[in-house]
Design a protein around this ligand. Structure first.
Ligand code: GAL
Length: 428
């Protein structure tokens, strides 16, 4: 199971065709004739399709509207990108030919990029924009490199420990929309399976790691979770029990070739009634409500992933300034947009996430649907812990060792062997 990301490079010329973005965003059309500077801003993002892409397009449309740049969606600009956009990004970073700004998760992933010398510091921009007072205190350390400087601008905060469900399927099966424990979810998923649909929809690639970490968080709790990422507790009985839970949940999931199934495909199984539940981050909300136009709490339902109520497992997407960026001023204007109130409202309204900014005017709440308003309350009141799958808590090297262990487990479902491999993975 190669655990990969897709991505694309967006060329954003100062003056150019607006075709692909036409129709997105309010301000764009009104200000499309504003003069822009010469040069080209080149962005890298993995939001290449579906609901994910809508968030980026909304942000670009807002950026376009406020000048200085007119935005043009070019797709991958180099023919070599056909080999895989993520590989293309790595190749260009290694060759000292970076896109001006590229996407990165806050936390260990961002710090790793900074340590590798791929990023330029953003402290001056942070001072200019007053962001240290406007982004949440929990998040600020995750936006810094090992040298203490800021290296990423968050566009929003996603919650990863979420359970999505189909109300009609659950009601027919007599299953619970908000099981409080993994045992309760197992019981309800079995009821769903007995009534026909698949109990739990699971996508391929990193979706399995996402499910794994959510079940592990439920098993060890937020303090135990933080301890795991300090390297302790991997050999505990609580971890063993969580791995058995994972094995049992996978037994109730769609058996198809997961490598062909993206998270959106799995969400679609729930939406169409072919499955009862999915554990996935709240970008699924953008798909269910935005793309599929389902009604919240009617066409789909949500709850904290079982055993994690009151815990907000988060990840934050950031954009960066590449070291050696050719269009530095344009990239700084883009980053100012990413951290702006208007940019965050446009992006998060389309993405299922909540703004990272803490200074939302009360009237802005009207721009969000019921899920996002619920999520804002949960972020305010919950215990925040970081996600592994989405780059927050561990280095890429540790993540890769876990992926290797998980790949074996998905094939053999051998819990003691998996736990041993996780213990070794934590040892480096
Ligand atoms: C995350 C990403 C989210 C969303 C999700 C599904 O890692 O940062 O914003 O895109 O994957 O693709």
């Amino acid at each position: 199971m190669p655990i990969t990301r897709r991505g694309l490079l967006l060329g954003v010329p100062a003056v150019g065709a607006l075709t692909a973005l036409a129709g997105y965003g309010r301000a764009g059309a009104a200000r499309a004739s504003a003069p822009g500077p010469s040069g080209q801003l080149e962005l890298y993002s993995w939001w290449t399709e579906g609901a994910d892409q809508n968030g980026l397009l909304a942000l670009l449309a807002d950026f376009k509207g406020r000048a200085p740049l007119l935005a043009c969606y070019n797709g991958a600009r180099s023919s070599r990108a056909a080999a895989g956009p993520q590989a293309e990004l790595e190749r260009r970073l290694a060759a000292g030919d970076p896109p001006d700004s590229f996407q990165c998760h806050a936390g260990a992933e961002l710090a790793g990029r900074a340590t590798a010398g791929r990023l330029a510091p953003l402290d001056q921009l942070y001072r200019q924009q007053g962001w240290a007072e406007r982004f949440p205190a929990e998040l600020l350390p995750r936006l810094r490199g090992e040298d203490g400087g800021y290296y990423g601008v968050p566009v929003g905060i996603h919650r990863t420990n979420m359970l999505w469900s189909n109300p009609a399927v659950l009601s027919r099966a007599g299953a619970d929309p908000a099981p409080r424990t993994v045992a309760e979810l197992l019981d309800s998923a079995r009821r769903v399976a007995r009534s026909g649909p698949v109990g739990l929809a699971v996508g391929g690639s990193w979706s399995c790691r996402h499910l794994w970490e959510t079940v592990l968080l439920a098993g060890v709790g937020p303090q135990g979770w933080d301890a795991l990422w300090r390297g302790t507790g991997w050999d505990s009985a609580a971890v063993a029990a969580a791995l058995r839970d994972l094995r049992d949940l996978l037994a109730l999931s769609n058996p198809a070739d997961r490598s062909m199934t993206g998270w959106e495909d799995a969400t679609a199984l729930v939406a169409s009634g072919q499955a009862g539940y999915q554990v996935m981050g709240d970008w699924a909300e953008a798909y269910l409500r935005g793309t599929l136009a389902l009604r919240p709490r009617v066409g789909y339902d949500w709850a904290a992933a079982p055993g994690t109520d009151g815990v907000f497992q988060y990840m934050s997407d950031t954009f960066t300034l590449a070291a050696g960026a050719r269009h530095r001023e344009a990239a700084l204007a883009w980053l100012a947009e990413c951290g702006s109130l208007d940019g965050q409202l446009a992006f998060n309204g389309a993405k299922g996430a909540i703004p990272a900014r803490t200074d939302l005017p009360p009237q802005a709440l009207a721009l969000f649907g019921p899920y996002a308003r619920w999520s804002l309350d949960q972020w305010r009141d919950g215990v925040a812990v970081g996600s592994l799958t989405h780059g927050v808590v561990a280095s890429a090297a540790w993540g890769a060792r876990i992926d290797a262990a998980l790949t074996v487990f998905l094939a053999d479902r051998d819990v003691p062997r998996f736990q041993d491999a996780l213990v070794r993975a934590a040892g480096g």
